[in-house]
Design a protein around this ligand. Structure first.
Ligand code: 5AD
Ligand code: SF4
Length: 437
């Protein structure tokens, strides 16, 4: 979502004459777009700011002004602290205020002190973003359809930094999607902190859910490939499960965070479901789309997690089998309920658990990728590969695939036979079957 938001900030600033440059020392304005989800992400902001201060000072000596802005959820949560620790920052803006960037830039030019915008505006920021967006090359684009979260998991800052759940109206989503498709986009990833809780106001006055939106995008807007992320198990409705059966455009890969396999921990996390309910949900999804590849998020060492709880997480992973996953040590976030719960798990215990968990997930990921060797898959080529003459893209299961091939295939879907397994990607050869050019 931050990649998408950064692109939108560029769009908002373009009419003012700004364009992206490739190095901070060439920039009249530097925006650091930040993530607050775990402590390490926030700490990185401060070390990066230290480096950018030097850039700003060097430019000042050469007579050039630099506006330094911090955007995103660290700005939202720690705006005052940023200005105290890094007084050379000119603008602090939370994720709900990007549409007001031009005004903030003007104010920063006039003001003596820093400009700080971290309110949750009553208006929806969706309505204020410029309709014209730069269409990314490579045939794949993100599209935010939902923001915020009302779930209040015990460990998570998102409800506080991104605010309450809000869905973008259907008409606005369809319009943006149509424009992307008209510019050659073949794959759209629908984004939201709780994307499957989407409930957008439809042009017919009814509320549309994600299943209905995806169906419209596939059948009437002509989006060839649709993905969506991130989903909550609780919001995985029957219609959306059925859409995985009925819509070939809906890619057979689903990121469905479970966090833990222990009912005790799931309850402490306020996730609103049990491990068995997650297993049942996955079974229903696989019945609808047998080749569905699953991805998830895991947290080890949530306050109160015992060895037994952790073993239950390992068992859930073995039972389900994930194609890919993200896993983290629990990181206390100030202001969240879990951060001042007793029974914090010692760091070395978290380390040991994370290591075992990641080894198991790695094994599953390798096995999943190894099973692709010899298969033929449709790859959307999104860019050049690392080696000359190579192009790379994504399989339906979101695996990175490289082949020897012409640049003219970038932005196109072509069939590939997978021939080789690399650490984090697959090597293949073009079979010569190319989708309409
Ligand atoms: N500590 C560790 N991991 C966290 N996540 C969210 N908050 C925390 C935290 N406080 C993880 C969850 C979530 C993912 C985006 O980040 O697994 O799904
Ligand atoms: Fe955070 Fe996701 Fe839970 Fe919302 S559902 S509070 S974003 S972990």
């Amino acid at each position: 979502m931050n990649v998408y938001d950064s692109e939108r900030m560029t769009d908002v600033l373009r009419p003012l004459g700004y364009e992206a440059v490739d190095a901070p020392d060439r920039a009249d304005m530097i925006i650091l777009n930040t993530c607050h989800i775990r402590d390490r992400a926030a700490e990185k902001v401060f070390s990066e700011l230290g480096r950018l201060r030097l850039v700003k000072e060097a430019r000042a000596q050469a007579g050039q002004q630099t506006v330094l802005a911090v955007a995103g959820c660290v700005a939202q949560a720690e705006g005052r602290e940023i200005l105290a620790r890094a007084p050379y920052v000119d603008i602090v803006l939370g994720p709900q205020t990007y549409h007001r960037l031009p005004e903030m830039v003007a104010r920063a030019a006039r003001a003596a002190g820093a400009v700080i915008e971290t309110d949750f505006p009553v208006e929806q920021k969706f309505d204020f973003l410029p309709p014209e967006r730069e269409v990314p090359e490579g045939g794949a684009a993100f599209l935010t359809i939902q923001e915020g979260c009302d779930k209040f998991c015990s460990f998570c800052v998102v409800p506080y930094t991104r605010g309450a759940e809000a869905s973008r109206p259907v008409a606005a989503v369809l319009e943006e999607a149509r424009r992307l498709v008209a510019h050659g986009v073949r794959e759209i990833t629908l984004l939201g902190q709780n994307v499957n809780a989407y409930h957008g106001e439809g042009p017919d006055g009814a509320t549309w859910d994600l299943a209905r939106l995806a169906t419209e995008l596939a059948r009437h807007v002509g989006v060839e490939r649709i993905r969506y992320t991130t989903s909550h198990p609780r919001d995985m409705g029957d219609d959306l499960i059925a859409a995985h059966r009925d819509l070939p455009a809906l890619m057979p890969f689903l990121h469905l965070p479970v966090q833990s396999g222990s009912d005790r921990v799931l309850a402490a996390m306020n996730r609103g479901h049990t491990a068995q309910e997650y297993r049942d949900l996955v079974a229903r999804l696989r019945a609808a789309r047998p080749d569905l590849a699953l991805s998830s998020d895991f947290i080890v060492g949530h306050p109160g997690e015992t060895d037994e709880d952790f073993e239950q997480t390992m068992q859930l992973i073995r039972d389900i089998g994930f194609a890919q996953a993200y896993s983290f040590k629990y990181s206390p976030r100030p202001g969240t309920p879990a951060s001042n719960a007793g029974a914090q798990v010692p760091e070395d215990v978290k380390d040991a658990r994370l290591q075992r968990l990641q080894a198991l997930l790695r094994e599953q990921q390798d096995a999943f990728n190894a099973a692709s060797v010899g298969q033929r898959v449709d790859v959307l080529f999104t860019g050049r590969g690392r080696k000359p003459g190579q192009i790379s893209g994504k399989s339906p299961y979101l695996q990175a695939v490289h082949v020897e091939g012409p640049d003219s295939l970038i932005g196109q879907v072509a069939e590939v036979e997978i021939v080789k397994l690399h650490t984090n990607s697959l090597g293949g050869v073009l079979t010569g079957e190319t989708d309409r050019a």
